[in-house]
Design a binder for this molecule. Structure first.
Ligand SMILES: *[C@@H]1O[C@H](CO)[C@@H](O)[C@H](O)[C@H]1NC(C)=O
Ligand SMILES: *[C@@H]1O[C@H](CO)[C@@H](O)[C@H](O)[C@H]1NC(C)=O
Ligand SMILES: *[C@@H]1O[C@H](CO)[C@@H](O)[C@H](O)[C@H]1NC(C)=O
Ligand SMILES: *[C@@H]1O[C@H](CO)[C@@H](O)[C@H](O)[C@H]1NC(C)=O
Ligand SMILES: *[C@@H]1O[C@H](CO)[C@@H](O)[C@H](O)[C@H]1NC(C)=O
Length: 458
């Protein structure tokens, strides 16, 4: 890897592109007019090459199966750090939020997924239904404003399937405290009162005015997307009907309050009863019984892109094995194909990683896993496909070891991983900056891009 090579190639490209960009703009803008551009509607006609290079912080939108921003594709190299709000809520740990954004952005990462919920727990955001801790809300404000400083966009998740930070169990507990006759945590999805609690939380977060920036969350381009829930499952109904109904109502609810931002569900990606021919791709037979149904769920109106998680170590076998890598490849290929053929939307591999506590683990294996995922994303990018990016689980700054469940990646301690991440960021950034969405992927630039992206010229 020749680090110094990048800016020179980039300048060279800029020169070539700027010389013919202007003449192409009108022609391509005309073609563009025929395509339907989803939120937001961008004014393609007035752009020039130089405008695109400008630092405009616009809302991320979607065109067909790709993300777009400033009239260019937006392929993602990003990460998860779920505890940012909690750390920002205390002066003694707030600096870690800045640190993680700073490190990730120095490696070229552009998207972070984090929690915009903490229900009824220690340092809760929502102390009880519709009752908020203003100090914790200010902490979330800080996270959003700090992300922007480092040019990182956020996927904000709005609730948890699991008990950490409250989750559906906490909503059920609140319901019981209010005298409701609830028998299962899955009543979260079906009971009208619990639905109204959740909807009220969504409304409060989306309408929040950031105390650092004065920008309302629902107007803030720093927010890349809303996620309905982290890893929703509804084991009490393997048909998937209960969860489907909940997704329909909640996707509509989010869109009604905030028509500008993209919305995703937060699913892990298991195939369900609606697609018996796809069940073979599931990691195990249990996966089809958890009440989720990848294709059907993502066909809901108002869901803009698909999410997929990948944990061979907890789904296939705890012992690290070559089969984990082949599982990851086929899991990714299957979902990219779904997103292209059946869904017509981008798919983000929004959680993947490996625990250092797994038997057979070593850091070489982790690098192999990450490289495999990045390669599959690039292969899709190359075709203008639906594979829109990936988010590592999970990036920690130094000195947060007490939070590590084994999956933490500390860049300063992992030079080889950092190099892999940087290379992926560089490739995607180059691709994003060179390819206008007006550019049909077969345009002249493509050959040049392929050379750069696939023959290690960086
Ligand atoms: C609570 O709901 C369960 C299941 O729906 C039902 O069997 C039970 O009779 C209900 N209990 C009361 C006190 O209403
Ligand atoms: C936010 O608005 C308040 C009240 O209008 C104003 O005093 C403050 O300077 C504004 N802050 C920013 C960062 O714009
Ligand atoms: C690392 O782990 C993988 C998978 O368990 C194994 O195949 C490989 O031999 C290990 N490499 C080293 C250097 O220990
Ligand atoms: C990406 O494509 C290359 C070339 O076809 C192939 O060798 C590689 O295995 C692919 N990567 C993945 C992860 O499928
Ligand atoms: C893109 O280019 C291909 C090959 O030249 C052509 O078949 C296709 O119609 C073009 N698509 C658009 C949207 O212009």
């Amino acid at each position: 890897m020749k680090k110094m090579g990048m800016p020179i190639i980039f300048l060279f490209l800029l020169l070539i592109l700027s010389s013919n960009a202007v003449s192409r703009v009108d022609e391509e803008a005309q073609k563009e007019g025929q395509d339907h551009v989803h939120k937001p509607i961008t004014n393609y006609g007035s752009e020039t090459m130089w405008d695109m290079e400008e630092d405009e912080w616009q809302m991320v939108g979607k065109k067909g199966n790709q993300f777009v921003v400033n009239g260019q594709p937006f392929y993602i190299n990003g990460f998860n750090t779920y505890w940012l709000m909690m750390f920002a809520a205390d002066d003694s740990t707030r600096g870690k939020v800045t640190e993680v954004f700073k490190q990730a952005s120095s490696l070229g990462m552009t998207v972070c997924r984090t929690w915009a919920f903490n229900d009824g727990q220690w340092r809760a955001l929502q102390k009880s239904p519709s009752v908020y801790d203003e100090e914790v809300f200010k902490a979330l404000d800080f996270v959003v404003s700090e992300a922007k400083k480092y040019k990182i966009r956020l996927i904000l998740s709005l609730a948890n399937n699991w008990e950490a930070y409250g989750g559906k169990a906490q909503y059920v507990k609140w319901g019981k405290d209010a005298g409701l006759n609830l028998t299962s945590d899955d009543d979260f999805y079906t009971h009208s009162t619990l639905r109204s609690y959740y909807k009220s939380h969504v409304k409060t977060v989306l309408n929040r005015v950031n105390t650092f920036t004065n920008i309302t969350y629902k107007e803030d381009p720093t927010i890349f997307a809303w996620e309905l829930m982290n890893e929703p499952r509804c084991n009490s109904d393997p048909t998937g009907d209960k969860l489907q109904d909940w997704i329909q109502e909640m996707a509509f609810h989010v869109n009604k309050i905030d028509p500008k931002h993209l919305v995703e569900i937060g699913l892990e990606g298991f195939y369900g009863p609606s697609t018996p021919q796809r069940l073979q791709f599931n990691p195990n037979t249990y996966a089809q019984q958890v009440g989720t149904d990848f294709i059907r769920n993502h066909q809901v109106l108002g869901v803009d892109f698909a999410s997929v998680h990948m944990y061979a170590d907890s789904w296939v076998s705890p012992q690290i094995a070559d089969t984990h890598i082949s599982f990851v490849k086929s899991w990714m290929d299957a979902h990219i194909e779904d997103a292209e053929k059946y869904l017509g939307m981008p798919v983000v591999f929004s959680e993947f990683g490996v625990s250092s506590k797994d038997p057979g683990y070593n850091s070489t294996y982790r690098d192999t896993l990450i490289s495999t995922v990045y390669s599959a994303v690039l292969n899709s990018t190359k075709k203008g496909g639906s594979g829109a990016g990936s988010l590592l689980w999970q990036v920690f700054p130094e000195g947060t070891d007490n939070m590590d469940d084994g999956y933490a990646i500390v860049f300063s301690k992992s030079p080889s991983t950092s190099s892999i991440v940087t290379l992926q960021s560089t490739r995607l950034a180059l691709f994003n900056s060179v390819c206008s969405t007006r550019c049909n992927w077969s345009c002249k630039k493509k050959k040049m891009l392929e050379k750069i992206l696939y023959h290690d010229e960086l």
